[in-house]
Design a protein around this ligand. Structure first.
Ligand SMILES: *[C@@H]1O[C@H](CO)[C@@H](O)[C@H](O)[C@H]1NC(C)=O
Ligand SMILES: *[C@@H]1O[C@H](CO)[C@@H](O)[C@H](O)[C@H]1NC(C)=O
Ligand SMILES: *[C@@H]1O[C@H](CO)[C@@H](O)[C@H](O)[C@H]1NC(C)=O
Ligand SMILES: *[C@@H]1O[C@H](CO)[C@@H](O)[C@H](O)[C@H]1NC(C)=O
Length: 295
């Protein structure tokens, strides 16, 4: 009888802890720099939804000519369909996304180019992403256009919003995120204000704001939380990069919590640079997320 009771208490505690950790998310870009990176060595905590973001799928051929919405994968060749299947099998809490576009392909700086026929672009994008998703066993899409043509109508919000809506509606993907930075907030605000229903996370690139101190980070977070949505906005860190560096990042996360923001996720760019420091930021970010679970 006593044992029976204890068993029930144990089950209850496990369920309680599980539900408190629900919704904690780690997002990490991988495969953008050309180094032969793999999923295997990245530390993954079971209690956190770990999202790898393959960088990048691009609407262009190898020479950088745009393909009217027909995306192809350009991430590190070491990130194969089999390796995606393997990491997801080993860790059921792992999801894998493909990020669309990125900064450049080879020497060519990529831009949102306002397709002449938006409906055709959406339909090409839908089919090519569906194919990539099936081949690579993906769960979602991240949007990382970083340069916007000033000419013509801005078709970005419409094309991307309709694409995400269709991909979700047809159950091709279950997760969608967007990755604005300080020079691209407006097109992303346009997108988010019309299509927030289909956007799960905002991977705002805080490192581009070049804020180096926790107090400045809090101010930047308040600004972006007002432009997007505090619940969906993730603090972010660039390994060996711009903006806040080292343990000051974790001081900034504490400051966000002290101010009243719930830090339920962290985005890191990128796993390509993680091995060099023993994945310090991946480990400590996940520890922070689990520590901040309050009873
Ligand atoms: C966008 O790309 C063009 C080159 O294609 C470059 O001249 C321009 O500076 C870029 N804009 C931004 C905001 O980076
Ligand atoms: C912009 O949109 C308006 C209204 O939909 C249309 O009349 C106009 O031709 C478009 N301009 C360009 C450059 O696509
Ligand atoms: C897809 O859209 C149709 C029509 O609006 C709707 O009835 C259906 O519930 C949607 N399915 C999903 C999975 O969102
Ligand atoms: C998590 O909590 C432990 C125990 O209180 C502490 O030693 C550690 O520094 C914390 N880690 C982070 C990243 O907050």
């Amino acid at each position: 009888m006593k044992h029976f009771f204890l068993l029930h208490v144990a089950v209850y505690v496990v369920v309680l802890l599980g539900s408190l950790c629900e919704g904690k998310v780690m997002m990490e870009y991988i495969g953008a720099t050309g180094v032969p990176v793999t999923f295997e060595p990245v530390p993954i905590r079971d209690e956190i939804d770990f999202h790898f973001i393959l960088s990048f799928a691009i609407d262009a051929d190898q020479s950088g000519t745009y393909q009217n919405g027909k995306f192809s994968p350009y991430w590190a060749e070491t990130l194969t369909p089999d390796s995606v299947a393997a990491i997801k099998e080993e860790h059921p809490n792992v999801k894998v996304l493909a990020s669309l576009c990125g900064w450049s392909l080879g020497d060519k700086v990529l831009a949102w180019y306002n397709p002449k026929d938006p409906k055709k672009w959406i339909s090409n994008a839908f089919s090519s992403i569906q194919e990539i998703t099936n081949t690579y066993h993906l769960d979602g899409i991240d949007i990382d256009y970083e340069n916007f043509s000033k000419r013509g109508n801005n078709t970005f919000a419409f094309c991307i919003g309709e694409l995400l809506t269709l991909l979700k509606n047809q159950s091709v993907i279950t997760v969608a995120s967007i990755a604005p930075y300080h020079l691209t907030t407006q097109p992303y605000i346009d997108l988010f204000s019309a299509y927030s229903d289909v956007i799960d996370y905002v991977n705002y690139q805080f490192y581009t704001d070049k804020v180096r101190q926790p107090k400045g980070y809090l101010e930047a977070f308040k600004l972006r939380a007002g432009q997007f949505n505090a619940e969906k906005l993730l603090p972010s860190y660039e390994i060996d990069g711009r903006g806040i560096q080292g343990d000051a990042f974790f001081d900034a996360l504490e400051l966000l919590e002290d101010y009243g923001f719930d830090v339920d996720g962290v985005m890191i760019f990128s796993a390509d640079g993680g091995a060099a420091n023993g994945y310090y930021y991946e480990k400590k970010s996940q520890d922070f997320l689990l520590n901040s679970t309050s009873i």
